[in-house]
Ligand binder design. Structure first.
Ligand code: GLU
Length: 488
Protein backbone atom coordinates (compact mmCIF):
# COMPACT_ATOMS: atom_id res chain seq x y z
CA UNK A 1 0.00 0.00 0.00
CA UNK A 2 1.05 3.55 -0.57
CA UNK A 3 2.00 4.58 2.95
CA UNK A 4 0.43 8.03 2.63
CA UNK A 5 -2.93 7.24 1.08
CA UNK A 6 -3.12 3.55 1.98
CA UNK A 7 -4.28 2.89 -1.56
CA UNK A 8 -3.25 0.43 -4.21
CA UNK A 9 -1.34 1.96 -7.14
CA UNK A 10 -0.85 -0.21 -10.22
CA UNK A 11 0.68 0.74 -13.50
CA UNK A 12 0.55 -0.38 -17.08
CA UNK A 13 3.89 0.52 -18.64
CA UNK A 14 4.22 -0.49 -22.28
CA UNK A 15 7.12 0.29 -24.57
CA UNK A 16 5.21 1.02 -27.76
CA UNK A 17 7.59 -0.34 -30.38
CA UNK A 18 4.57 -1.34 -32.49
CA UNK A 19 0.83 -1.68 -32.02
CA UNK A 20 -0.17 -2.97 -28.61
CA UNK A 21 -0.82 -6.68 -28.80
CA UNK A 22 -3.06 -9.19 -27.12
CA UNK A 23 -0.60 -9.85 -24.29
CA UNK A 24 -0.14 -6.14 -23.53
CA UNK A 25 -3.86 -5.58 -23.37
CA UNK A 26 -4.48 -8.58 -21.16
CA UNK A 27 -1.91 -7.04 -18.78
CA UNK A 28 -3.50 -3.59 -19.02
CA UNK A 29 -6.92 -5.05 -18.37
CA UNK A 30 -5.79 -6.91 -15.25
CA UNK A 31 -3.95 -3.83 -13.99
CA UNK A 32 -7.04 -1.73 -14.53
CA UNK A 33 -9.37 -4.32 -12.98
CA UNK A 34 -7.14 -4.64 -9.94
CA UNK A 35 -7.05 -0.88 -9.44
CA UNK A 36 -10.82 -0.60 -9.81
CA UNK A 37 -11.49 -3.60 -7.58
CA UNK A 38 -9.41 -2.17 -4.76
CA UNK A 39 -10.46 1.44 -5.22
CA UNK A 40 -6.86 2.28 -6.08
CA UNK A 41 -5.23 4.18 -8.94
CA UNK A 42 -4.51 2.94 -12.43
CA UNK A 43 -1.37 4.57 -13.78
CA UNK A 44 -0.45 4.56 -17.44
CA UNK A 45 3.23 5.13 -18.14
CA UNK A 46 4.93 5.13 -21.51
CA UNK A 47 8.38 3.52 -21.49
CA UNK A 48 9.89 5.25 -24.48
CA UNK A 49 13.57 5.48 -23.63
CA UNK A 50 14.51 3.31 -26.60
CA UNK A 51 14.08 6.08 -29.13
CA UNK A 52 15.27 3.89 -31.98
CA UNK A 53 12.21 1.67 -31.62
CA UNK A 54 9.46 3.69 -29.98
CA UNK A 55 7.80 6.27 -32.24
CA UNK A 56 5.33 9.07 -31.60
CA UNK A 57 2.80 7.27 -33.81
CA UNK A 58 2.98 4.13 -31.72
CA UNK A 59 2.63 6.14 -28.53
CA UNK A 60 -0.44 7.91 -29.90
CA UNK A 61 -1.85 4.57 -31.04
CA UNK A 62 -1.30 3.03 -27.58
CA UNK A 63 -3.17 5.90 -25.93
CA UNK A 64 -5.96 5.60 -28.47
CA UNK A 65 -6.23 1.83 -28.03
CA UNK A 66 -6.54 2.06 -24.26
CA UNK A 67 -9.22 4.70 -24.58
CA UNK A 68 -11.08 2.67 -27.17
CA UNK A 69 -11.09 -0.33 -24.83
CA UNK A 70 -12.51 1.80 -22.04
CA UNK A 71 -9.51 1.36 -19.75
CA UNK A 72 -9.49 4.87 -18.34
CA UNK A 73 -6.37 5.74 -16.41
CA UNK A 74 -6.21 7.95 -13.35
CA UNK A 75 -2.68 9.18 -14.01
CA UNK A 76 -0.75 9.23 -17.24
CA UNK A 77 -0.50 10.86 -20.65
CA UNK A 78 -3.18 13.45 -21.39
CA UNK A 79 -4.62 13.31 -17.86
CA UNK A 80 -1.49 14.14 -15.85
CA UNK A 81 -1.15 13.34 -12.16
CA UNK A 82 0.98 14.13 -9.14
CA UNK A 83 3.92 11.92 -10.13
CA UNK A 84 4.41 12.96 -13.76
CA UNK A 85 5.63 13.29 -16.35
CA UNK A 86 4.43 9.85 -17.40
CA UNK A 87 6.55 9.57 -20.53
CA UNK A 88 9.98 8.28 -19.64
CA UNK A 89 11.56 10.36 -22.40
CA UNK A 90 10.59 13.40 -20.32
CA UNK A 91 12.25 12.05 -17.17
CA UNK A 92 15.80 11.56 -18.40
CA UNK A 93 17.36 13.92 -15.84
CA UNK A 94 15.81 11.91 -13.05
CA UNK A 95 17.47 8.72 -14.28
CA UNK A 96 20.88 10.30 -14.77
CA UNK A 97 20.75 11.84 -11.28
CA UNK A 98 20.10 8.41 -9.81
CA UNK A 99 22.81 6.81 -11.92
CA UNK A 100 25.26 9.43 -10.65
CA UNK A 101 24.21 8.71 -7.09
CA UNK A 102 24.78 5.00 -7.62
CA UNK A 103 28.27 5.76 -8.99
CA UNK A 104 29.02 7.96 -5.98
CA UNK A 105 27.84 5.21 -3.63
CA UNK A 106 29.96 2.65 -5.54
CA UNK A 107 26.85 0.62 -6.25
CA UNK A 108 27.59 1.24 -9.91
CA UNK A 109 30.74 1.73 -11.95
CA UNK A 110 31.95 2.85 -15.36
CA UNK A 111 32.61 0.01 -17.76
CA UNK A 112 34.75 0.66 -20.83
CA UNK A 113 34.59 -2.78 -22.42
CA UNK A 114 33.73 -2.57 -26.11
CA UNK A 115 31.09 -4.82 -27.59
CA UNK A 116 33.78 -6.73 -29.53
CA UNK A 117 35.70 -7.39 -26.32
CA UNK A 118 32.53 -8.53 -24.58
CA UNK A 119 31.71 -10.81 -27.47
CA UNK A 120 35.15 -12.44 -27.43
CA UNK A 121 34.93 -13.06 -23.71
CA UNK A 122 31.39 -14.43 -24.04
CA UNK A 123 32.66 -16.97 -26.55
CA UNK A 124 35.40 -17.96 -24.12
CA UNK A 125 32.81 -18.33 -21.32
CA UNK A 126 30.75 -20.56 -23.56
CA UNK A 127 33.78 -22.69 -24.44
CA UNK A 128 34.66 -23.24 -20.79
CA UNK A 129 31.04 -23.74 -19.68
CA UNK A 130 30.93 -20.66 -17.45
CA UNK A 131 27.51 -18.97 -17.01
CA UNK A 132 27.39 -16.18 -19.59
CA UNK A 133 27.31 -12.56 -18.55
CA UNK A 134 29.52 -9.67 -17.65
CA UNK A 135 32.70 -10.93 -16.00
CA UNK A 136 33.38 -7.92 -13.80
CA UNK A 137 36.45 -6.73 -15.67
CA UNK A 138 35.83 -3.01 -14.97
CA UNK A 139 34.46 -3.45 -11.45
CA UNK A 140 37.43 -1.98 -9.67
CA UNK A 141 39.05 0.47 -12.06
CA UNK A 142 41.30 3.06 -10.48
CA UNK A 143 40.88 6.74 -11.28
CA UNK A 144 44.02 6.54 -13.44
CA UNK A 145 42.70 3.62 -15.43
CA UNK A 146 39.48 5.53 -16.07
CA UNK A 147 41.45 8.53 -17.30
CA UNK A 148 43.56 6.27 -19.53
CA UNK A 149 40.51 4.61 -21.09
CA UNK A 150 38.97 7.99 -21.77
CA UNK A 151 42.21 9.16 -23.36
CA UNK A 152 42.02 6.15 -25.68
CA UNK A 153 38.69 7.58 -26.84
CA UNK A 154 36.58 4.85 -25.25
CA UNK A 155 33.09 5.65 -24.02
CA UNK A 156 31.73 4.12 -20.85
CA UNK A 157 28.45 2.54 -19.91
CA UNK A 158 27.33 2.60 -16.29
CA UNK A 159 26.97 -0.84 -14.78
CA UNK A 160 25.26 -1.91 -11.58
CA UNK A 161 27.36 -3.99 -9.21
CA UNK A 162 25.51 -7.20 -8.32
CA UNK A 163 26.73 -8.49 -4.96
CA UNK A 164 27.12 -12.23 -4.35
CA UNK A 165 24.07 -13.93 -2.92
CA UNK A 166 20.41 -14.30 -3.82
CA UNK A 167 17.35 -12.18 -4.40
CA UNK A 168 14.19 -13.72 -3.02
CA UNK A 169 10.72 -12.28 -3.26
CA UNK A 170 7.13 -13.50 -3.11
CA UNK A 171 5.29 -13.30 -6.38
CA UNK A 172 1.55 -13.07 -5.82
CA UNK A 173 0.85 -15.60 -8.54
CA UNK A 174 3.92 -17.81 -8.39
CA UNK A 175 4.79 -17.81 -4.72
CA UNK A 176 8.35 -17.46 -3.44
CA UNK A 177 10.96 -17.03 -6.13
CA UNK A 178 14.70 -16.89 -5.66
CA UNK A 179 17.42 -15.84 -8.08
CA UNK A 180 21.04 -16.82 -7.50
CA UNK A 181 23.21 -13.84 -8.45
CA UNK A 182 25.58 -16.22 -10.17
CA UNK A 183 23.03 -15.94 -12.97
CA UNK A 184 22.38 -12.23 -12.57
CA UNK A 185 25.57 -10.55 -13.78
CA UNK A 186 26.37 -6.87 -13.37
CA UNK A 187 23.97 -5.10 -15.73
CA UNK A 188 24.01 -1.88 -17.69
CA UNK A 189 22.01 1.04 -16.31
CA UNK A 190 23.09 3.76 -18.74
CA UNK A 191 24.31 3.38 -22.31
CA UNK A 192 27.46 4.97 -23.69
CA UNK A 193 25.40 7.83 -25.11
CA UNK A 194 23.95 8.59 -21.67
CA UNK A 195 20.50 7.12 -22.29
CA UNK A 196 18.99 4.99 -19.52
CA UNK A 197 18.11 1.34 -19.93
CA UNK A 198 14.77 -0.20 -19.09
CA UNK A 199 15.91 -1.70 -15.78
CA UNK A 200 16.99 1.65 -14.41
CA UNK A 201 14.02 3.65 -15.64
CA UNK A 202 11.36 1.10 -14.66
CA UNK A 203 12.70 0.65 -11.14
CA UNK A 204 13.20 4.35 -10.49
CA UNK A 205 9.72 5.17 -11.77
CA UNK A 206 7.94 2.42 -9.88
CA UNK A 207 9.47 3.78 -6.69
CA UNK A 208 9.03 7.46 -7.47
CA UNK A 209 5.47 6.96 -8.67
CA UNK A 210 4.74 5.03 -5.48
CA UNK A 211 3.59 1.95 -7.37
CA UNK A 212 2.38 -0.66 -4.89
CA UNK A 213 1.72 -3.59 -7.25
CA UNK A 214 3.48 -4.62 -10.43
CA UNK A 215 1.23 -6.93 -12.45
CA UNK A 216 2.93 -7.70 -15.74
CA UNK A 217 3.83 -10.44 -18.17
CA UNK A 218 5.87 -13.44 -17.17
CA UNK A 219 8.53 -12.48 -19.73
CA UNK A 220 9.67 -9.81 -17.26
CA UNK A 221 10.06 -12.15 -14.32
CA UNK A 222 13.81 -12.51 -14.83
CA UNK A 223 14.31 -8.74 -14.74
CA UNK A 224 12.87 -8.55 -11.21
CA UNK A 225 16.11 -9.22 -9.25
CA UNK A 226 17.79 -6.40 -11.18
CA UNK A 227 14.96 -4.03 -10.35
CA UNK A 228 15.13 -5.00 -6.70
CA UNK A 229 18.86 -4.28 -6.82
CA UNK A 230 18.04 -0.76 -8.03
CA UNK A 231 15.56 -0.30 -5.14
CA UNK A 232 18.33 -1.27 -2.74
CA UNK A 233 20.69 1.26 -4.27
CA UNK A 234 17.91 3.85 -3.98
CA UNK A 235 17.76 2.98 -0.30
CA UNK A 236 14.09 2.06 -0.37
CA UNK A 237 12.78 0.25 2.71
CA UNK A 238 11.73 -3.31 1.90
CA UNK A 239 8.16 -2.69 2.97
CA UNK A 240 7.95 -0.06 0.24
CA UNK A 241 8.99 -2.36 -2.59
CA UNK A 242 6.12 -3.01 -4.99
CA UNK A 243 4.50 -6.42 -4.77
CA UNK A 244 5.10 -8.42 -7.94
CA UNK A 245 2.62 -10.61 -9.79
CA UNK A 246 3.74 -12.11 -13.10
CA UNK A 247 0.90 -13.05 -15.40
CA UNK A 248 1.07 -16.27 -17.40
CA UNK A 249 2.07 -16.22 -21.05
CA UNK A 250 -0.58 -16.09 -23.72
CA UNK A 251 0.01 -19.01 -26.07
CA UNK A 252 -1.18 -19.53 -29.63
CA UNK A 253 -3.23 -22.53 -30.76
CA UNK A 254 0.01 -24.38 -31.40
CA UNK A 255 1.11 -23.91 -27.78
CA UNK A 256 3.96 -21.64 -28.81
CA UNK A 257 4.01 -18.15 -27.33
CA UNK A 258 1.46 -16.04 -29.19
CA UNK A 259 3.12 -14.02 -31.89
CA UNK A 260 2.45 -12.67 -35.35
CA UNK A 261 3.39 -16.09 -36.65
CA UNK A 262 0.74 -18.21 -34.95
CA UNK A 263 -2.11 -15.77 -34.48
CA UNK A 264 -3.10 -12.20 -34.99
CA UNK A 265 -1.64 -10.25 -32.14
CA UNK A 266 -2.21 -6.58 -32.80
CA UNK A 267 -5.25 -5.04 -31.14
CA UNK A 268 -5.45 -2.55 -34.01
CA UNK A 269 -6.12 -5.48 -36.31
CA UNK A 270 -9.03 -6.67 -34.16
CA UNK A 271 -10.45 -3.19 -34.09
CA UNK A 272 -10.35 -2.92 -37.86
CA UNK A 273 -11.84 -6.36 -38.28
CA UNK A 274 -14.89 -5.24 -36.35
CA UNK A 275 -14.37 -6.72 -32.92
CA UNK A 276 -16.09 -4.74 -30.19
CA UNK A 277 -13.95 -3.46 -27.33
CA UNK A 278 -16.29 -5.08 -24.81
CA UNK A 279 -15.86 -8.45 -26.56
CA UNK A 280 -12.07 -8.15 -26.50
CA UNK A 281 -12.11 -7.20 -22.82
CA UNK A 282 -14.57 -9.97 -21.99
CA UNK A 283 -12.47 -12.55 -23.76
CA UNK A 284 -9.11 -11.37 -22.43
CA UNK A 285 -10.45 -11.08 -18.89
CA UNK A 286 -11.03 -14.81 -18.88
CA UNK A 287 -7.65 -15.60 -20.38
CA UNK A 288 -5.72 -16.76 -17.38
CA UNK A 289 -8.22 -15.55 -14.80
CA UNK A 290 -11.64 -16.78 -13.81
CA UNK A 291 -14.13 -15.69 -11.19
CA UNK A 292 -14.51 -19.28 -10.07
CA UNK A 293 -17.08 -20.93 -12.29
CA UNK A 294 -17.45 -21.48 -16.01
CA UNK A 295 -18.46 -17.94 -16.86
CA UNK A 296 -18.16 -16.97 -20.51
CA UNK A 297 -19.83 -13.61 -20.46
CA UNK A 298 -18.57 -10.97 -18.14
CA UNK A 299 -19.13 -7.23 -18.15
CA UNK A 300 -16.52 -4.67 -17.19
CA UNK A 301 -18.58 -3.94 -14.11
CA UNK A 302 -18.54 -7.59 -13.02
CA UNK A 303 -14.86 -7.83 -13.76
CA UNK A 304 -14.05 -4.95 -11.45
CA UNK A 305 -16.24 -6.43 -8.73
CA UNK A 306 -14.75 -9.91 -8.94
CA UNK A 307 -11.13 -9.46 -9.96
CA UNK A 308 -8.51 -10.71 -7.53
CA UNK A 309 -4.90 -11.66 -8.24
CA UNK A 310 -5.37 -14.90 -6.29
CA UNK A 311 -7.64 -16.15 -9.04
CA UNK A 312 -5.07 -15.62 -11.78
CA UNK A 313 -3.84 -18.93 -13.06
CA UNK A 314 -0.11 -19.53 -13.07
CA UNK A 315 -0.11 -21.78 -16.13
CA UNK A 316 -0.09 -20.38 -19.65
CA UNK A 317 -3.39 -19.43 -21.25
CA UNK A 318 -4.27 -20.46 -24.79
CA UNK A 319 -5.66 -17.83 -27.13
CA UNK A 320 -8.68 -19.09 -29.01
CA UNK A 321 -9.76 -16.86 -31.87
CA UNK A 322 -12.97 -18.86 -32.44
CA UNK A 323 -14.07 -18.22 -28.89
CA UNK A 324 -13.36 -14.53 -29.19
CA UNK A 325 -15.37 -14.44 -32.38
CA UNK A 326 -18.31 -16.19 -30.72
CA UNK A 327 -18.24 -13.70 -27.86
CA UNK A 328 -18.09 -10.89 -30.38
CA UNK A 329 -21.21 -12.21 -32.08
CA UNK A 330 -22.99 -12.32 -28.71
CA UNK A 331 -21.98 -8.74 -27.97
CA UNK A 332 -23.16 -7.56 -31.38
CA UNK A 333 -26.54 -9.21 -30.82
CA UNK A 334 -26.77 -7.51 -27.45
CA UNK A 335 -26.35 -4.01 -28.91
CA UNK A 336 -29.28 -1.63 -29.02
CA UNK A 337 -30.16 -0.57 -32.53
CA UNK A 338 -28.78 2.95 -32.00
CA UNK A 339 -25.51 1.60 -30.65
CA UNK A 340 -25.24 -0.92 -33.46
CA UNK A 341 -25.84 1.89 -35.95
CA UNK A 342 -23.12 4.08 -34.43
CA UNK A 343 -20.62 1.28 -34.61
CA UNK A 344 -21.56 0.02 -38.07
CA UNK A 345 -21.58 3.39 -39.85
CA UNK A 346 -17.79 3.92 -39.87
CA UNK A 347 -17.35 0.50 -41.47
CA UNK A 348 -19.87 1.31 -44.20
CA UNK A 349 -18.32 4.69 -44.86
CA UNK A 350 -14.78 3.35 -44.90
CA UNK A 351 -15.81 0.63 -47.36
CA UNK A 352 -17.41 3.39 -49.47
CA UNK A 353 -20.77 1.66 -49.40
CA UNK A 354 -22.37 4.91 -48.21
CA UNK A 355 -21.25 8.50 -47.90
CA UNK A 356 -23.21 9.10 -44.75
CA UNK A 357 -26.21 11.13 -45.96
CA UNK A 358 -29.32 11.23 -43.80
CA UNK A 359 -31.27 9.09 -46.29
CA UNK A 360 -28.55 6.45 -46.34
CA UNK A 361 -28.36 6.35 -42.58
CA UNK A 362 -32.10 5.90 -42.39
CA UNK A 363 -31.92 2.92 -44.71
CA UNK A 364 -29.00 1.41 -42.79
CA UNK A 365 -31.00 1.76 -39.61
CA UNK A 366 -33.93 -0.08 -41.17
CA UNK A 367 -31.63 -2.83 -42.48
CA UNK A 368 -29.49 -3.50 -39.41
CA UNK A 369 -32.06 -5.56 -37.50
CA UNK A 370 -32.13 -8.15 -40.27
CA UNK A 371 -28.37 -8.72 -40.11
CA UNK A 372 -27.79 -8.37 -36.38
CA UNK A 373 -28.29 -12.08 -35.80
CA UNK A 374 -26.14 -13.05 -38.74
CA UNK A 375 -22.78 -11.40 -38.27
CA UNK A 376 -19.96 -11.96 -35.83
CA UNK A 377 -17.81 -8.97 -36.83
CA UNK A 378 -18.69 -5.43 -37.82
CA UNK A 379 -16.58 -5.62 -40.96
CA UNK A 380 -19.16 -8.02 -42.40
CA UNK A 381 -21.72 -5.22 -42.50
CA UNK A 382 -20.58 -3.54 -45.76
CA UNK A 383 -20.75 -6.74 -47.82
CA UNK A 384 -24.13 -7.59 -46.30
CA UNK A 385 -25.73 -4.23 -47.05
CA UNK A 386 -23.99 -3.19 -50.22
CA UNK A 387 -26.87 -4.35 -52.41
CA UNK A 388 -29.05 -1.62 -50.93
CA UNK A 389 -26.78 1.18 -52.04
CA UNK A 390 -25.01 0.24 -55.27
CA UNK A 391 -25.59 2.76 -58.01
CA UNK A 392 -24.83 0.65 -61.09
CA UNK A 393 -26.21 -2.67 -60.01
CA UNK A 394 -24.88 -5.78 -61.74
CA UNK A 395 -25.11 -9.43 -60.78
CA UNK A 396 -21.78 -10.76 -59.48
CA UNK A 397 -19.69 -12.42 -62.17
CA UNK A 398 -19.75 -15.81 -60.43
CA UNK A 399 -23.52 -15.79 -60.14
CA UNK A 400 -24.47 -14.84 -63.69
CA UNK A 401 -24.40 -18.45 -64.90
CA UNK A 402 -26.68 -19.54 -62.07
CA UNK A 403 -29.57 -17.44 -63.37
CA UNK A 404 -28.93 -17.62 -67.11
CA UNK A 405 -30.51 -20.98 -67.84
CA UNK A 406 -34.04 -21.40 -69.16
CA UNK A 407 -35.59 -22.57 -65.92
CA UNK A 408 -34.18 -19.63 -63.98
CA UNK A 409 -35.59 -17.29 -66.60
CA UNK A 410 -38.95 -18.95 -66.13
CA UNK A 411 -38.75 -18.50 -62.35
CA UNK A 412 -37.79 -14.85 -62.66
CA UNK A 413 -40.42 -14.09 -65.27
CA UNK A 414 -43.07 -15.62 -63.09
CA UNK A 415 -41.80 -13.75 -60.04
CA UNK A 416 -41.92 -10.48 -61.97
CA UNK A 417 -45.49 -11.12 -63.10
CA UNK A 418 -46.59 -11.85 -59.54
CA UNK A 419 -44.81 -8.96 -57.91
CA UNK A 420 -45.68 -6.25 -60.42
CA UNK A 421 -49.32 -5.91 -59.40
CA UNK A 422 -48.62 -6.20 -55.68
CA UNK A 423 -50.23 -3.27 -53.85
CA UNK A 424 -48.77 -3.58 -50.39
CA UNK A 425 -44.96 -4.04 -50.54
CA UNK A 426 -44.02 -5.83 -47.34
CA UNK A 427 -41.89 -8.86 -46.60
CA UNK A 428 -44.99 -10.90 -45.73
CA UNK A 429 -46.88 -10.02 -48.89
CA UNK A 430 -43.79 -10.60 -51.05
CA UNK A 431 -43.23 -13.96 -49.43
CA UNK A 432 -46.87 -14.96 -49.79
CA UNK A 433 -47.08 -14.33 -53.53
CA UNK A 434 -43.70 -15.87 -54.32
CA UNK A 435 -44.42 -18.94 -52.25
CA UNK A 436 -47.76 -19.57 -53.79
CA UNK A 437 -46.56 -19.00 -57.37
CA UNK A 438 -43.10 -20.58 -57.33
CA UNK A 439 -43.31 -23.27 -54.69
CA UNK A 440 -46.93 -24.33 -54.73
CA UNK A 441 -47.86 -23.76 -58.38
CA UNK A 442 -44.56 -24.40 -60.16
CA UNK A 443 -43.59 -27.04 -57.61
CA UNK A 444 -40.01 -25.75 -57.24
CA UNK A 445 -37.74 -26.28 -54.27
CA UNK A 446 -37.44 -23.07 -52.20
CA UNK A 447 -33.66 -23.12 -52.51
CA UNK A 448 -33.88 -23.08 -56.32
CA UNK A 449 -36.73 -20.64 -56.66
CA UNK A 450 -35.71 -18.11 -54.03
CA UNK A 451 -32.04 -18.55 -54.92
CA UNK A 452 -32.68 -17.17 -58.39
CA UNK A 453 -34.69 -14.25 -57.02
CA UNK A 454 -32.02 -13.55 -54.44
CA UNK A 455 -29.25 -13.38 -57.03
CA UNK A 456 -31.31 -11.14 -59.28
CA UNK A 457 -32.12 -8.57 -56.58
CA UNK A 458 -29.02 -8.67 -54.35
CA UNK A 459 -26.43 -9.64 -56.97
CA UNK A 460 -25.19 -12.79 -55.27
CA UNK A 461 -26.10 -15.98 -53.44
CA UNK A 462 -25.49 -14.65 -49.94
CA UNK A 463 -27.61 -11.89 -48.50
CA UNK A 464 -29.69 -11.00 -45.49
CA UNK A 465 -33.15 -12.63 -45.41
CA UNK A 466 -34.60 -12.31 -48.89
CA UNK A 467 -38.08 -10.94 -48.32
CA UNK A 468 -36.93 -8.36 -45.80
CA UNK A 469 -34.20 -7.35 -48.22
CA UNK A 470 -36.74 -6.90 -50.98
CA UNK A 471 -38.99 -4.83 -48.78
CA UNK A 472 -36.05 -2.54 -47.96
CA UNK A 473 -35.01 -2.24 -51.58
CA UNK A 474 -38.48 -1.13 -52.60
CA UNK A 475 -40.74 -2.34 -55.30
CA UNK A 476 -39.47 -0.41 -58.30
CA UNK A 477 -35.84 -1.32 -57.67
CA UNK A 478 -36.72 -5.00 -57.24
CA UNK A 479 -38.78 -5.11 -60.40
CA UNK A 480 -36.08 -3.32 -62.36
CA UNK A 481 -33.40 -5.72 -61.13
CA UNK A 482 -35.47 -8.81 -61.89
CA UNK A 483 -36.13 -7.48 -65.41
CA UNK A 484 -32.44 -6.78 -65.82
CA UNK A 485 -31.64 -10.36 -64.75
CA UNK A 486 -34.14 -11.82 -67.20
CA UNK A 487 -32.48 -9.83 -70.00
CA UNK A 488 -29.01 -11.16 -69.12
N1 GLU B 1 7.98 -1.53 -20.71
C1 GLU B 1 8.05 -2.94 -20.53
C2 GLU B 1 7.59 -3.68 -21.75
O1 GLU B 1 6.80 -3.17 -22.50
C3 GLU B 1 7.19 -3.44 -19.39
C4 GLU B 1 7.53 -2.80 -18.12
C5 GLU B 1 6.98 -3.51 -16.90
O2 GLU B 1 5.79 -3.83 -16.91
O3 GLU B 1 7.73 -3.68 -15.99
O4 GLU B 1 8.02 -4.78 -21.96
Amino acid sequence: MDEVTNKVRVRFAPSPTGDLHVGNIRTALFDWAYARHTGGSFIFRIEDTDTTRVTDEYIAAAIDTLRWLGLQWDEGPEVGGSYGPYLQSQRLDIYSDWAQKFLDQKDAYYCFCTSEELETRREAQKASNVAPGYDGQCRNLSADQIVAFRAEGRTAVIRMRMPDGHTTFVDQIRGEISFDHKYVPDFVLVRGDGSPLYTLAVAVDDIMMKVTHVLRGEDLLSSTPRQIRVYQAMDVAIENYPIFAHLPFVMGQDNAKLSKRNGEVSIAWYREAGYLPEAICNYLALLGWSPGDDVENISMQQLTELFTVERVNSSPARFDMKKLEAINGDKIRALTLDDFLDRALPFLIRAEVIEGTAAEIQLVQAALPIIQERITRLNEVPAMLKFLFVKDFVVEQDSVAKISDASSKQVLTRALDELAPLQEWSNTSIEAVLRSALIEELGLKPRIAFGAVRISVTGGPISPPLFESMELLGKSVCLARISQAIAL
